[in-house]
Design a binder for this molecule. Structure first.
Ligand code: SAM
Ligand code: SF4
Length: 344
């Protein structure tokens, strides 16, 4: 009997980093039109035949986990809850084993709309955590930012995730100058009260073309100033490759103690410790959100490539991963695809 020995590799790059965290985009479509992410009219969606099928998604995740040392998978989009086969994909990923012999960690980044109806099914399939985007607790401002009046559905989704035990529930908020700086403190208070982990994200130049400029971006320092004016903050120990710089918040009259994070992707990039790899909904590897090139896995996958062939292509892409993005410096070029089409 012949024993087939599969060589286990890693997604190592020339800068000493190893990618263990896969951002898997399941669709480029979305039911919101957040101003920092998408144009008001939406985008030209990927034609269905170009989108990986559920079985193809699970196979590529299997290559990443089984052959390339990936240990965490975050499903994203576009809006991943729009993907009908989501629970089946999660179950398929859950059945895999990492190089440490464990199931990969599975989480979902979502706008939360409709989550209340599906969260039990997703948790039963193996989903462990959710990150829910919420930029304002004010109905009008939420509708201005998301260009849809759907705040109540997001809040229902949050409550359902918490009730189902997908903890800690994480909340992502992008702060837009002149729009929702006033929401920084109320969002933090709300999350502390309910035990959600809030992370503010600096707006990045990855939305509608030419819709970003450094001067109007609200930097992490300013967000911290707003928070510091209301809460007693101290730096949380340890950071590793986690993008959120965590702060401990002392308990106050209206809230218990907790943490709040600020992701300074522009003013304090964490590229040197980046452990991410990305796969778009149409099967293209991106080694960085801001990459200007992609490595096609879908064509070889559909032309009979073996798992080892696909792993080799993926590894090759990472060998060439750049040291970091150059937002704000001369020569920075925004990628052609926007956030929702790459997978945030
Ligand atoms: N639709 C899901 C959601 O909104 O959570 C998942 C996809 S969305 C692209 C993922 C994350 O990217 C969200 O938290 C969103 O706020 C963030 N995002 C989108 N455009 C951004 C930008 N230009 N700068 C910073 N974050 C952005
Ligand atoms: Fe949709 Fe998420 Fe982009 Fe908002 S941030 S438009 S919810 S993909």
């Amino acid at each position: 009997m012949t024993t087939v020995v599969t060589r286990l590799g890693t997604l190592a790059d020339a800068h000493g980093r190893v990618a263990r965290d896969l951002r898997m985009s399941l669709t480029d479509r979305c039911n919101l039109r957040c101003t920092y992410c998408m144009p008001a009219d939406g985008l030209a969606w990927l034609p269905t035949p170009e989108v990986l099928t559920d079985a193809e998604v699970v196979r590529l995740i299997g290559v990443a986990v089984g052959l390339l040392g990936v240990r965490k998978i975050r499903f994203t989009g576009g809006e991943p809850l729009l993907r009908r086969g989501l629970a089946g994909i999660i179950a398929g990923a859950r059945a895999l084993r990492t190089d440490e012999g464990l199931s990969p960690e599975l989480s979902l980044t979502t706008n939360g709309i409709g989550l209340d109806h599906r969260v039990s099914e997703l948790a039963a399939a193996g989903l462990q955590r959710v990150n829910i985007s919420l930029d304002s607790l004010d109905r009008e401002r939420y509708a201005i930012l998301a260009r849809r009046d759907r705040l109540d559905e997001v809040l229902d989704g949050l409550a359902a995730a918490d009730a189902t035990g997908l903890r800690p529930v994480k909340v992502n908020a992008v702060v837009m100058r002149g729009v929702n700086e006033v929401d920084v403190v109320p969002l933090a208070e709300f999350c502390l009260q309910l035990g959600y982990r809030l992370r503010f994200i600096e707006q990045m130049p990855i939305g509608p073309q030419h819709g970003w400029d450094r001067a109007s971006m609200v930097p992490a320092a300013e967000i911290l100033e707003l928070l510091g004016g209301h809460f007693t903050l101290s730096p949380a120990p340890g950071r590793g490759s986690a993008p959120a710089e965590e702060w401990l918040v002392a308990g106050g009259d209206c809230h218990p103690s907790g943490t709040v994070g600020v992701i300074a992707s522009v003013t304090g990039p964490f590229c040197a410790t980046c452990d991410r790899t990305r796969l778009t909904a149409d099967g293209q590897v991106r080694t960085c959100l801001f990459s200007l090139t992609e490595t096609d896995l879908r064509t070889p996958l559909r032309s009979g490539a073996t798992d080892e062939d696909l792993a080799e292509l993926w590894t090759g892409a990472h060998r060439g991963k750049w040291a970091g993005h150059s937002i704000g410096r001369a020569g920075f070029r925004q990628p052609d695809r926007t956030m929702s089409a790459i997978g945030g």
